[in-house]
Design a protein around this ligand. Structure first.
Ligand code: 5AD
Ligand code: SF4
Length: 473
């Protein structure tokens, strides 16, 4: 049996794609290894969203070139968005690559592997399939894709759309993942049923813009205001599947976010009380130049829909600082929005120009020093908000879905509250997969600490959160 070492950068979509590739490789008699020295195949699933992500891939390829010189039989496959965006250029810079595979062609991995000679001439599959053109995937009806690390078997990812039609001016995704294509509801439901029957408790539906799911399947029918729409219809079906304890989805786009979706959170507790709604900026002019297609007032309205439905709804967001031309006053509008919404957490990024996107050609590119300073102020503001929320959570009882146990200390378990706060609990029992009431006794901005209520086996502890275990988003 051969061994594959999988390295995944970037978003959850990439994690899901790596799991799919792993299931294809299992079918070819490859086993996953975490030990580099025994790997026959290195599979790098890459991210191109910011320049820093691309640099990490290039420096890793340098290390693998040296390794391949010592062990000539080793094969290197580069998949993901860097493979798609850079294509032949990447092969010039890194001739040690044997296989190049775009995110739209994952099912061609076995074919490429059987064609690859491993002696310097790369084989590749790039580009995108048209709807219905893709070959049947290995994770289809009857195969459960393995998890990548075996760490969290409770949460399983299910792709509902591929690609994006939005062309926000900063974003490379429509170029690396192509136009939006929705999977058929029956196919999605079958995959969810299969995962739930095989031990999953939480399903995470994935797409670049999940809110526009199914609009491409509607033919010419236009949705009327207040109508559920295909995404909400899909959620209503998935949420009632037997065995499901929690349903999540990402990424949402405020432009396609509807009031019936907000209402769904009030209708079914398995939806949790948390949602990620990227805004990118708190200033109308910046949003317009980003081509986000919503104003700050419209974004606020969506937040209001959510909090009218569920008053204690937790919300997180993505923000970009230093978009071309962003003034100090425009940046301060972002600070004001963060203060006003009281997010649970934020993902804040320095703008990174991506070749081929409209924003990369815009005047007024902002210096690194100014971006650093803005990013630090934004993160400091959010840290103070998150800390206040952690203090307010102390003494409350929260429903926690336990996701995984510490690798270093098997008596330590990690789970998420309905508000998606990470909780650490000590127990001599087996909590993974259970949804249990937990009394919160302490915490910081990374995680809360608690005691499982009413079970003598589940002993609590009060000591500070250790940062030794990596936590999962
Ligand atoms: N520069 C910085 N951040 C970016 N993002 C997407 N493209 C860029 C870019 N060019 C961020 C956005 C998006 C998240 C996934 O990554 O905030 O929501
Ligand atoms: Fe990129 Fe915008 Fe599409 Fe999100 S919605 S993937 S930010 S183009």
């Amino acid at each position: 049996m051969k061994k594959v070492h999988v390295e995944t950068w970037g978003c959850q979509m990439n994690v899901a794609d790596s799991e799919k590739m792993l299931s294809l490789l299992h079918g070819m008699d490859y086993a996953l290894t975490e030990n580099e020295s025994e790997a026959d195949l290195f599979l790098l699933n890459t991210c191109h969203i910011r320049e820093k992500a691309k640099h990490k891939v290039l420096s890793r390829l340098g290390v693998l070139r040296d390794l391949k010189e010592k062990r000539p039989g080793v094969q290197i496959a580069v998949a993901g968005c860097v493979a798609q965006a850079e294509g032949a250029k990447l092969l010039k810079a890194a001739p040690q690559i044997d296989i190049l595979l775009g995110p739209g062609k994952i099912e061609e991995l076995p074919d490429l592997l059987s064609r690859s000679t491993g002696n310097g001439s790369a084989v590749m599959a790039l580009g995108f399939n048209k709807p219905g053109e893709e070959k049947k995937r290995a994770h289809g009806q009857d195969v459960v894709p393995p998890t990548l690390t075996g760490k969290n078997e409770v949460t399983r990812f299910v792709n509902i759309t591929q690609g994006c039609n939005n062309f926000c001016t900063f974003c490379i995704v429509p170029f690396t993942r192509g136009r939006e294509i929705s999977r058929k509801p029956d196919e999605i439901l079958d995959e969810c049923r299969l995962l739930l029957a095989n031990g999953a408790s939480e399903i995470m539906l994935l797409g670049q813009n999940v809110n526009s799911y199914g609009l491409d399947l509607l033919d010419s029918r236009k949705l009327s205001a207040g109508e559920d729409g295909p995404f909400v219809e899909l959620l209503r079906q998935v949420v009632t599947l037997p065995g499901l304890k929690r349903l999540r989805f990402t990424t949402s786009n405020p432009h396609d976010f509807t009031q019936p979706l907000a209402q769904l959170f009030a209708d079914d507790s398995r939806m949790g009380k948390y949602m990620h709604l990227p805004v990118q900026s708190g200033n109308d002019h910046v949003l317009e130049v980003m081509r986000r297609k919503v104003t700050v007032a419209e974004y606020r309205e969506r937040i209001r829909w959510l909090r009218d439905a569920v008053p204690d709804m937790a919300i997180s967001t993505d923000l970009i600082v230093g978009f071309p031309g962003e003034t100090e006053a425009e940046f301060e509008d972002t600070l004001k929005l963060v203060e006003e919404v009281q997010y649970s957490f934020i993902f804040a990024f320095k703008y990174s120009p991506r070749k081929g996107t409209a924003a990369a050609r815009m005047p007024g590119q902002i210096s690194e020093a100014v971006m650093d300073e803005r990013l630090a102020r934004l993160n400091a503001l959010q840290d103070s908000i998150t800390m206040r929320q952690a203090e307010a959570d102390c003494g409350t009882i929260q429903n926690v879905l336990f996701l995984y146990r510490s690798k270093k200390n098997p008596g330590v378990f990690y789970g998420r509250t309905e508000h998606f706060r990470l909780v650490k609990v000590e127990s001599s029992g087996q909590l993974v997969g259970d949804c249990l009431p937990v009394l919160i006794t302490g915490g910081n901005k990374t995680a809360l600490i608690g005691i499982v209520v009413g079970d003598p086996e589940h002993q609590g502890s009060n000591h500070e959160h250790e940062t030794g275990d990596s936590v999962q988003h």
